[in-house]
Design a protein around this ligand. Structure first.
Ligand SMILES: *Cc1c(COP(=O)(O)O)cnc(C)c1O
Length: 369
């Protein structure tokens, strides 16, 4: 089977996923907090049969993600969208257990259609943790969530829960704990009257060394203090370190530096590297003698994965494995330059390689008309 794999392909390793999933289960058992997978980060449904044994359901950013969660994952379906259209609501209510509105106006206009579901509001607590302004939910002029206290108070009779998504790649437990206390002081009176509280995503609790016991204790104490069911919405942390984008070198050129061009592209296949200006991770690279810029094969001048040192010379056909290729990659891939789309391959728990999707010219053609 291995011989039949042709680069480029995304390789998801279920055994690596399992490490994260066991942590999520531990949190559930120790703290009582439920976890719903944020589909906007990872929607590769071929591994949902494994994921759903460890998570309580999914959360979504749109009608289609809510439908995917309902059809391919099952269990709890949380439906959120920054702006639902009327037609979205008519359909999304068939899939969702909970609908979370981004504003009080969205809540009021759609309430009659969804009043038999559990309804929540997203709140902007006006504090956050993020290294990137682009991804900071409490940035200036943020449209993400309700700020006005009077508005929120007036909506209380219509809702059973609140959602706060205020972290982005937060691996700092003390910061999270302090912000949770702040949240309690600011919204505690309201939380006492509600059934559920979602703390959103952006917490890096599967990172090595994260103080899981203290995290669980904090969540448990908070949920007991306010007598409320806590939800987490893990995206990146649920699937981190579980996939690679496996590529081959197609050419090596020289312009002051040696540049290895691979059969993939940042813009088309790992777009976040470009958006957040971060280099890709290549585990095989280290302090070796042979230094290369690894670059994509799109015509974008800045299509660059990073600069790395290898222990051996690269040549045409050398395999380059880009790690951490699960989150915000496959969901964002696109047909820029008409480049061949990486296949999706899953390494199952039993070690078997399963090519779950391959893309052809006709997929490119059908992406437009
Ligand atoms: C993006 C997002 C998540 C997931 O965030 P990660 O950083 O991938 O954990 C969860 N909830 C909401 C509302 C989001 O916007």
């Amino acid at each position: 089977m291995n011989k039949k794999l042709v680069t480029p392909y995304y390789l998801i390793d279920e055994r690596k996923l399992l490490r994260n999933l066991k942590i999520i289960k531990y949190i559930r058992e120790t703290s009582g907090a439920k976890s719903v997978l944020a589909l906007k980060c990872f929607s590769t449904w071929s591994v949902f049969p494994l994921l759903k044994q460890y998570l309580d359901g999914t959360t979504s950013s749109s009608l289609y993600e809510a439908r995917l969660g309902y059809e391919k994952f099952g269990q709890e379906v949380h439906a959120y969208c920054v702006g639902f259209a009327k037609a979205d609501i008519a359909e999304v209510k068939r899939y969702a257990d909970k609908i979370i509105f981004n504003s009080v106006s969205q809540l009021r206009i759609n309430f009659p259609a969804v009043k038999n579901l559990k309804i929540g509001l997203r709140i902007n607590p006006q504090f956050s943790y993020s290294h990137f302004d682009l991804a900071d939910p409490a940035r200036r002029y943020s449209r993400l969530g309700v700020i006005d206290r009077q508005e929120l108070m007036s909506a209380m009779p219509l809702i059973s829960g609140l959602m706060f998504h205020f972290n982005c790649e937060n691996d700092n437990f003390s910061n999270f704990a302090a912000n949770l206390d702040l949240l309690g002081r600011k919204y505690g009176k309201l939380l006492h009257r509600l059934e559920w509280l979602s703390l959103g995503g952006g917490l890096y609790f599967t990172k090595k060394g994260y103080p899981l016991e203290r995290f669980c204790k904090k969540l448990k104490e908070f949920s007991e203090q306010y007598n409320i069911q806590i939800y987490l919405e893990p995206g990146e942390t649920a699937i981190t370190h579980s996939a690679e984008l496996v590529t081959s070198v197609v050419d090596i050129v020289h312009n002051e530096a040696d540049i290895a061009i691979i059969d993939a592209s940042t813009e088309a296949h790992m777009l976040d590297l470009l958006i957040y200006r971060t280099p890709a991770k290549i585990e095989a690279a280290g302090q070796g003698h042979f230094k290369y810029i690894i670059a994509g094969r799109s015509c974008l001048a800045g299509d660059i994965f990073g600069t790395y040192r290898f222990n051996h010379k690269l040549k045409t056909g050398s395999i380059i494995r880009l790690s951490d290729a699960a989150g915000y990659t496959m969901v964002k891939k696109n047909w820029f330059n008409g480049l061949q789309m990486p296949d999706i391959v899953v390494k199952r728990l039993n070690g078997k390689l399963d090519k779950v999707r391959s893309f052809e010219y006709k997929d490119f053609v059908h992406s437009l008309s």
